[in-house]
Design a protein around this ligand. Sequence first.
Ligand code: RTP
Ligand code: MG
Length: 143
Amino acid sequence: MAIERTFSIIKPDAVAKNHIGAIYNRFETAGLKIIASKMIHLSKEQAEGFYAEHSERPFFGALVAFMTSGPIMVQTLEGENAVLAHREILGATNPAEAAEGTIRADFAESIDENAAHGSDSVASAEREVAYFFSADELCARTR
Ligand code: RTP
Ligand code: MG
């Protein structure tokens, strides 16, 4: 099993509903270690840059408006097959289709406000971690 890093966002809806701790608990229960974490309020430019791959999609404006509507928590998570393991506990993009017991099934209301983000590949994870964290903000978890 490969030890990977992945990138996580607790989105404005879940922060507003005080679900930060409950979602962190899901990460730790799944064996994912938080190796960097901070609260930020994205600017429009930061949100547009982060979701640049979706810039031509019809939902892009709504996505940027939502992601800048309040503070978010950004995390780097580390563990065995972390990218896929994290996507599995997140559940499907649309919470109505998310498997029972997943973060989106339990904490999200709609496809537009779906509680959390997770990198979809190792390459995306590298880009997304670097978008928010400098190398010296990533802590070794060797104990
Ligand atoms: P995320 O990037 O936020 O983890 O979500 P994801 O990989 O599951 O989904 P993605 O395709 O990357 O889409 C990014 C966000 O855009 C919104 N979306 N809306 N109305 C729609 O058809 C639609 N499709 C995507 C969602 O809020 C999704 O999280
Ligand atoms: Mg995505």
